[in-house]
Structures are given as structure tokens and as C-alpha cells.
Ligand binder design. Sequence first.
Ligand SMILES: CC(=O)N[C@H]1[C@@H](OP(=O)(O)OP(=O)(O)OC[C@H]2O[C@@H](n3ccc(=O)[nH]c3=O)[C@H](O)[C@@H]2O)O[C@H](CO)[C@@H](O)[C@@H]1O
Ligand SMILES: C=C(OP(=O)(O)O)C(=O)O
Length: 418
Amino acid sequence: MQKLVIEGGVPLNGDVRISGAKNAALPILFSAILVDGTLSLSNVPHLNDITTTMALLGRLGLAITVNEDMSVDIDGSKIDHFEAPYELVKTMRASVLCLGPLLARFGQADVSLPGGCAIGARPVNLHIQGLQQMGADIVVEGGFIRARCNGRLKGTEVFFDVVSVGATENLLMAAALAEGETILENAAREPEVVDLANCLIAMGAKIQGAGTSRIVIQGVEKLHSADYRVQPDRIETGTYLVAAAMTGGHVRCTNADPDILDAVLQKLKETGAKITTGEDWIALDMNGRKLKAVNISTQPFPGFPTDMQAQFCALNAIAEGAASITENIFENRFMHVMELQRMGAHFDVQGHTVVVKGVPQLTAAQVMATDLRASASLVLAALVAKGETVIDRIYHIDRGYECIEEKLQGLGAKIRRM
Ligand SMILES: CC(=O)N[C@H]1[C@@H](OP(=O)(O)OP(=O)(O)OC[C@H]2O[C@@H](n3ccc(=O)[nH]c3=O)[C@H](O)[C@@H]2O)O[C@H](CO)[C@@H](O)[C@@H]1O
Ligand SMILES: C=C(OP(=O)(O)O)C(=O)O
């Protein structure tokens, strides 16, 4: 199994190019199922989750071409399979996003249940209930969601009990081809939902209100071929900015979007960092200042993202003072805390809050990545720890960070893959 070896203590300096957003590219790739034509995508990140999605789309009968300029063409004109098998779904929960599009275009979908994962139970009840409200017959049997629909799905009003990014995306795609008007209330407002909606609009969908909690979709009979560029990854951007802050460096993230990162930039400013932005870049400079601890409470967008919580645990671990970090989205997203403690961090977990007391210096240790953002927090801690840290099970990090060691090496970090 591959490991990352990091020798800490180097302030990061320079430019790093941010990749396309994993969490936008995934639903957008699945939206290609809706089109009897070709969706041409640029800025698709090279990540394990993207490869898994392409394998799944290929299994359904979509033809995928990766061009020399790394743009991707996905042709949905020959889809002849309607089942997402367990071996592909188990490695990536986002596979459930083929449910809505398959059902909307072909009236049938058999999708293996994604099951629980490291950060929480993550049920899919809202996806299922919403599609049932649109007229689908759905049973869950033998570990599969088996969904059928006679003719087109019917537009309706869906109120989500819980704000869910995935359920909003699945229903948005289903509603694009449904008969009549669908209204999604208490919808997720995340930038990735907006990116998906913009891609669907480029394919001819009629959608209003994406980015607000009320999305209105007028279903159309067909969508058409389109070109679309995936938005920059706000979580990757935030992670590199935290790396700059923790190491006392000066890093500029290029190909980034400063407009979708407000909550994270605000917290970074509270740590004492100087942030400057341009149209497509964000720079962080510590200017020799010491990091101050910051309280965090995760919320749906525009609140502080749960996908940045682990990184701020690492930051607070070496900041001046004490801070509390509250995780409100997932019930089991503090697994990095135990590993960071092995490096000398002081945490006190109280239910879904952890109190962090900063220490002047972390020390290198052998640690284990338990999930994607937990892995990122260990890399961050290792960048400032005294000595050589070895991080095991880094396949988690390859799900979400493109070329992480090359990008960090470009900023001066001493990191290698073993
Ligand atoms: C591929 C992708 O985009 N992943 C992101 C997506 O995950 P994902 O779409 O899975 O997350 P959701 O927004 O759906 O989950 C939010 C909360 O709703 C609950 N829930 C969700 C669906 C459902 O049917 N029933 C239910 O109770 C979940 O258990 C969780 O507690 O949004 C999360 C929250 O911003 C991010 O952390 C993930 O990185
Ligand atoms: C939790 C994440 O991803 P996923 O929903 O794919 O597990 C993440 O990107 O932090």
C-alpha cells in the first residue's frame, strides 16, 4: 500500500494551480446520462473518483473519450444498461447520482445501495422519497435500489427535511426531463449544485433559483449536446491556503474562484493571515504573524463547509490559544483527531464538538488516513511537524487531491510517495 513521507518545517511559497472540483465534476459527469448526444467537459480533475465514475458510465453504455487537451467527451446516445453494481458503488457514494438521470430518461434504474461510510451513516432516503413523489415505483431489496417509472416522471413539489447536496442534485437531474414543473424546497445552495444546474442549462434545461433554497425546474422532453467547464475546487483551494497559513508561508492559488469560499477566507483572516484576491486567484501571506486559534461550526453553504473541518483541526492544533470545532453535518467526522493526537496535538472530544488547545510544535509519527479530508489534515500536520511523518492508506487522499505531492513539492515541501 502506498504511503506519503513528509519532512516538516518548510514554509510553503509560490503558486499552485487549483484543479476542477471533484464534487462538481461528479454530478456533471452523471448528467451526461440525460443526453442523447455528447457532453464535452473541460477542467475535469484527474482523480480516483472520476475514474470510478467513468468506469460506471462505461458500464451503462456511455462512450467516453479523453482528448489530448484533457477535455472529456461523453456520448450518451447508446446507453443499454441500467444497473450500477456494488463493486463500483462501494468505493464511491456519489454513484447514487446515476439514479435520477437513468430513471428520468429510461424509466428504470437498479443502483446498489452505497451503505455507511467512515464519516457517518449517510442514508439516501431523501433521494428515494423525492423520486417517489415524482411518480417512481421504488423498492429496496437485495442491497439494491430498484426504481421504475411508466413514462416520464411527473413534476411536483419536494420539500427536503434535511439540506442534502446529493439529493438536491439527483432530483435536479430527474426534474430536468420530467413532465411539468418541479419545485425543490430547502434545496442545497452549495456552489457544486449551481455548477450542475449551469451545465444542465447549457444542455437546454429550464432551471431557476439554483444557489437559493428554492429551485424551480420546468421539465423538457429532451436535452442536447453541450460544452461545459467545471468550476475550480473550493475545498482543494482551502486546503492549500491552510497549508500556507500553518507553515507561515506565502501561497497563491491560481485557477481558483474567490467568490465561493467566503466562510473559509473569513476564518483564515481571523487566524491573522493576510488574504488578497483577484478574479481567478487567492493569495495567503502570514507576514511573519503567529496563527491565532479560531472557532468553527460546520453548516450547509454558505456556512463553513464540513469538508474543511479536519483541515482547521490541524490548523488549531498549532495555533495560539484554544478553540472549539463543532461538526453539525456528519455524526462521525472526527477520526483525524486520534491520529493528530499521535503527533502531539491536544484535543478534547465532547460529543460533536472538539476543544483544541494549540501546542507550539507537533512531532512526526506514523499515522493512518481514515477518510479523504482526514488524510488532508494529516498532510497539513506533517508539513509543520518536527521530523519525518509517514501517512498510510493514502488512497483516500487520491480520491480528492490531484497530484498532491507534485503540487506541494512545487511550493517547496519535502514530500514523497513510497
Ligand atoms: C460527492 C459530494 O458532493 N460529496 C459532498 C456531499 O455529500 P452528500 O451529498 O453525500 O452529503 P449530503 O449533503 O447529502 O449530506 C448532508 C446530511 O444529510 C444527511 N442525508 C443525506 C441524504 C439523505 O437522503 N438523507 C440524509 O439524512 C446525511 O447523512 C448528512 O448528515 O455534500 C457533503 C456536505 O456538504 C460533503 O461533505 C461531501 O463532500
Ligand atoms: C466527503 C467527501 O466526499 P464523498 O461525499 O465523495 O465521500 C469529501 O469530498 O470530503
